[in-house]
Ligand binder design. Structure first.
Ligand SMILES: *Cc1c(COP(=O)(O)O)cnc(C)c1O
Length: 387
């Protein structure tokens, strides 16, 4: 085996391996599916959007699915519908949009810790910080379900709603139940880096008629159809073009999820040989979409830091991402919020790195990437000195 690029050898992937590649269905099929709407002049919120909503609702086993322009606008509308009476407790270890949706509604975010192994909301910590909570929001981090039953109980005991940021998790299951039917609403993203894609788009899933109705009106400016707006909504409709792509992507979803699971399993099996690198912990009884394959780097055991590893992999042509670093409470957009001690979250954020995983990634590429991870460990002192 050749040596490492940071030690003067040729890179393992001269062409580069991206972190993600959108799982685009064949263009001809998307065009064919779009054609009837397009020819009829229905460009937005038409039959393809209705079909997508119906098929998603059936698959998820929920009463309502509302297609929206993005997960972010879907979260904003779901929170608008639930109208929490108090701050919203959420993890800081999430994507910024989870918190943005809260603040855009004029609500205060209260950040809670994550679990160091699953990276999911620490429910006990959320309980401690959630004294005045008007709602809870939890993210299914990297496509693995969060501790959703415990979080539902926490919210239920207080009589406040739970919203799930399910951006990563279309197709995931928790103890056999599909993600989508938990809490008051679950909101999925269909942006290109996700597993089910529309180009841009989101889906709000809910069993509550009142939430569905407010999201339906709210995505259309607050206009129920008579132009007498009931509240200040927005334009968060989905176009027929996006729905055509989403329907084709949905047709391919199960095969796609199986490929992702196989790649993730290969990573996990091989990583057990390397000290100091631990994949996200996903319970056996759950199914993740593996939207991201994220490991935690323990510098003491592994020999080099997370950031040194990122640089060593970049030299090999391997793209990585530090998801989620900085955590939301450390981002400049939240600098005006009262400082909160979140030592676990900060430790997790400083150690995580997401590795390439996408549908067309060959298994041998996973094996080669793990070989590189082992080599970096083996030559840790030289790597540290070189990067
Ligand atoms: C991508 C993402 C979002 C935002 O989704 P959009 O569809 O781009 O608005 C929200 N939350 C999480 C956890 C995400 O990863």
């Amino acid at each position: 085996m050749s040596g490492l690029a940071v030690l003067g050898n040729a890179p393992a992937f001269p062409e580069g391996v991206p972190l993600v590649r959108p799982p685009t269905p064949p263009l001809a099929r998307v065009v064919e599916r779009l054609a009837p709407s397009y020819e009829a002049g229905r460009l937005t919120d038409g039959p393809l959007v209705r079909e997508l909503e119906a098929r998603a609702a059936e698959r998820l086993g929920v009463r309502h699915v509302l297609a929206v322009s993005a997960c972010t606008s879907g979260l904003m509308l779901a929170l608008r519908a639930l109208d929490p009476d108090g701050p919203v407790v959420l993890p800081s270890f999430t994507f910024s949009a989870s918190a943005h949706a809260i603040v855009w509604n004029g609500l205060r975010p209260v950040f809670a810790e994550c679990d160091p192994e699953s990276f999911q909301l620490d429910v006990a910590d959320a309980e401690q910080r959630g004294g005045e909570a008007g709602a809870f929001l939890a993210t299914h981090v990297f496509g693995a379900p969060c501790a959703v039953q415990a979080t539902e109980r926490l919210a239920g005991d207080r009589g406040v709603p739970l919203v799930l940021d399910a951006a990563h998790a279309f197709g995931a299951t928790r103890d056999g139940d599909p993600v989508g039917g938990f809490g008051a609403a679950e909101v999925f993203s269909l942006s290109p880096s996700k597993v089910l894609i529309a180009g841009e788009g989101g889906l709000v899933a809910t069993n509550r008629d009142d939430v569905a109705e407010t999201v339906r009106i709210g995505r259309d400016y607050g206009n129920p159809g008579d132009y007498d707006t009931r509240f200040v909504g927005m334009n968060a409709r989905m176009s027929e073009l996006h729905a055509a792509l989403a329907l084709e992507s949905l047709d391919e979803l199960d095969d796609h999820l199986e490929i992702r699971a196989r790649l993730a399993r290969r990573y996990c099996d091989l990583l057990t040989e390397i000290p100091g690198l631990r994949p996200q912990l996903v319970p056996e009884s759950d199914r993740s979409t593996w939207k991201d394959f994220t490991i935690s780097v323990d510098e003491d055991e592994y020999g080099v830091s997370r950031d040194e590893l990122v640089r060593a992999l970049a030299a090999e042509g391997v793209d990585t991402r530090r998801y989620f670093d900085p955590p939301v409470h450390r981002q400049r957009a939240y600098a005006d919020h009262a400082p909160v001690p979140l030592p676990v979250t900060e430790r997790v954020s400083a150690r995580v790195v997401s590795l390439p995983l996408y549908r067309s990634l060959p298994v041998p590429a996973v094996e080669r990437i793990v070989e590189l991870l082992a080599l970096v460990h083996k030559h840790a002192p030289e790597v540290s000195a070189a990067v």
